[in-house]
Design a protein around this ligand. Structure first.
Ligand code: C5P
Length: 247
């Protein structure tokens, strides 16, 4: 990476790409996951608001289901969002990776820092977003918010019946990784041009380039809404916030 593509400590503009083109089959039949309501507001709107809550974020690019860009646009128009934040909607692809790539293709040149945030993480606190951005501003090419694990993790040989356990990694060295993940723009674009393997997050593509990815503290409220029980938990978090915010 050339020196001039490194973010300077201040003055670099930050955009967020939100891949929201997944079907969300694990939540059961119905609308795509990102469009499901949480407390009466679509999960995607919560996620956009969570990103726009950071004063450092001036553009959010929402990657919509390929056949749902118009629906997503009218949804965004129908909900209040901070005026200082620009919003773009682009159609997604068949895989998460392809959807992120389409978001990056729409990124205007003046943005030096890019965050990638799963629409399925609607409740990430603004402090987590700002911690990620700060670490990129300080020169890290790739930053992930991460939490220690409560469960012990086993590597198994996948099988239809009982699965043989192969190993038990040292839990103290493991982290559960969340989003938003933050990147120096040139690094993320190079990763998406270079790495073609199937991956489950963007930072692992940067790892494959041989660059250092760093982890900063994540937050328990940044969990991914994946299964029906996650919707119950998300509603509970929102109810608690309403109480603490006093309305
Ligand atoms: O399936 P998973 O929960 O890992 O998806 C993570 C994020 O990637 C979700 O926000 C989902 O909407 C998005 N995604 C996408 N395009 C796809 C598949 C998933 O934007 N083709």
């Amino acid at each position: 990476m050339s020196d001039d593509s490194r973010p300077s400590p201040t003055g670099v503009r930050t955009a967020v790409v939100i891949p929201a083109a997944g079907r969300g089959v694990r939540l059961g039949p119905g609308a795509p996951k990102a469009l499901r309501a949480l407390n009466g507001t679509p999960i995607l709107i919560h996620a956009v608001r969570a990103m726009a809550a950071s004063r450092a974020v001036s553009l959010v690019i929402v990657v919509a289901p390929p056949d749902g860009a118009a629906e997503v646009k009218s949804l965004l128009d129908a909900h209040a969002l901070p005026e200082r934040t620009d919003i773009l909607v682009v159609p997604g692809g068949d895989t998460r990776q392809e959807s992120v790539k389409r978001g990056l293709d729409a990124l205007p040149p003046e943005y030096g820092i890019v965050l990638v945030h799963d629409a399925a993480r609607p409740l990430v606190p603004v402090d987590t977003v700002d911690t990620v951005i700060d670490a990129v501003r300080q020169g890290a090419p790739a930053v992930v918010p991460a939490l220690p694990l409560a469960d012990t993790v086993k590597e198994v040989e996948p099988a239809a019946g009982p699965e043989p356990v192969l190993s038990t990694p040292d839990r103290s060295r493991l982290r559960a990784v969340q989003t938003p993940q933050g990147f120096d723009r040139a690094t993320l674009i190079r990763a998406h041009e270079t790495v073609t393997d199937d991956v489950t997050d963007d930072a692992s593509m940067v790892e494959q380039l041989g660059l250092q990815v760093v982890a900063v503290p994540g937050h328990e409220e940044a969990f991914k809404v994946t299964r029906p029980l996650d919707l119950v938990l998300a509603e509970a978090v929102l109810a608690r916030r309403r109480l603490t915010d006093g309305f």
